[in-house]
Ligand binder design. Sequence first.
Ligand code: BES
Ligand code: MN
Ligand code: ZN
Length: 504
Amino acid sequence: MQVRVVADQPWDVKADVLAVPLLGQPDLSGALAELDRRSGGEIRALAEFGELKGKRFKAILTAAGELGAGRLLLVLGGDPVALDREAVIRIAASAERRLGGRAVKRLAVWLAPLAEQLEDGIDAVAELVTRGVVQGSYDPATIYREGYTDAPPALDELILVAPGEDASRLGRLAERGRIMGEGANLARTLANRSANDVTPEVLAEEAWSLAEKHDLWVDVIGPDKAAELGMGLFLSVGKGSDNPPRMIVMRSGRAGERDSLGRHLAIVGKGVCFDSGGISIKPSDRMDEMKMDKTGACTVIAAAATVARLAPGTPLLAVAPAVENMPGSHSTRPGDIVKALNGKRVDITNTDAEGRLILADALTYAEQLGATHLVDVATLTGAVARALGDLMSGAFGTPDDFVGEVFAAGRRAGERFWQLPLVDEYAEDMRDSWYGDVVNFSRNNDGGLVKSALFIREFVTKPWVHLDIAGTAYFRKATPFAPRGATGASHATLVELALAGVKA
Ligand code: BES
Ligand code: MN
Ligand code: ZN
């Protein structure tokens, strides 16, 4: 897909479809009135008919009259004061998704209605609309099925309609949006692929080929080397499966190299290719969803590739522990005491609390490789989904300065996080073990969400943020802006965070 920025008026643009965002009650004055007039009064007629009511992100496809475009697509953007960066992405994605199964090659989007409302103006809109269209074109139905014809159209050209603006500046920003969107879609495909397809070995091969393609350093650690290094927790989760574990490490820049903020940032993602629960086996209801439990790993792998595309050489370490959590005669048993890479003895009281175990060793390893700042991303707890739903991720971390930097990156990325507290007193419950230093699951599961983060905190010594994306990583139902399945949540935030340290 090519992106072209044009200074034409929206009624003059030649395209298959012209998308027009409508915020609030459409005000038929100025340029929108002219567009309405040339469309043969289509917009006014639809408003009077009651068609322009409804939920945010609803899109109405209608005739274009004398417009240069073949059809007009009106996208409801909701309350103008509620328009934020995330909404801009979703409006654009909804426009593209509404065209599923249609023969559309050239989609034009009129940016002004969004740019007038969004605080960050036209520059942000050019980037975010492009990213939204790219993300809106994503459909996992095409991963395994052949001849699927209802997918959103593969565009030859996205035309950003921006009269009176600097086309070359907006073009560069749109390119950034395109690469961000493609990165999110890459994370989504890796995450959506099923567990009989993507084993830890396959995920490692995918990471390897991305590293070669984007000139990243890569290392894949198998069970023998992991045992030599002392990654007891990582191995304890993977040993119940015939598909051996892989600790995947990717790096842009040199070993230990600091970025312009003095950081050697590491992003660490949970890669449980299937989470049956292990011996503490899960109920069968919705167990199929646990193929998505590798989403954190897929996200950090894709984010490393995206950073390499946008700003090659930016210092960044990505670590993705990949395992399959299965029951069997080789599995870890509840009550097993295992030595972590950092030397702590962990009493594994519940084998279904496995994400924190592999993250613990991965975070220690990232520190051994020189990380000064750590962000982990994981589908860690059902509790975060119950608390915050599928539109808001949970975040824990320390110190507040670094949490603030991650939240600022989230704002730039158009992603939502809610900070949750590390309640120190609850850590006592996590130390309530007969023989170990720490348990991975407290019998008193009150505050279990907080305790999951407190467990991870036992294994970090540097500024650290933990993002729990168990609610946001995938949608159980399609929305106007995204299909069922992986959403790409937190990919853009990680990329923005890394790019904050780009050397001038
Ligand atoms: N992968 C799950 C968390 C999860 C649940 C992600 C639902 C997405 C949707 C995690 O490994 C897990 O099993 N968590 C347990 C923790 C418990 C054993 C302390 C949970 O949430 O029940
Ligand atoms: Mn689990
Ligand atoms: Zn899990």
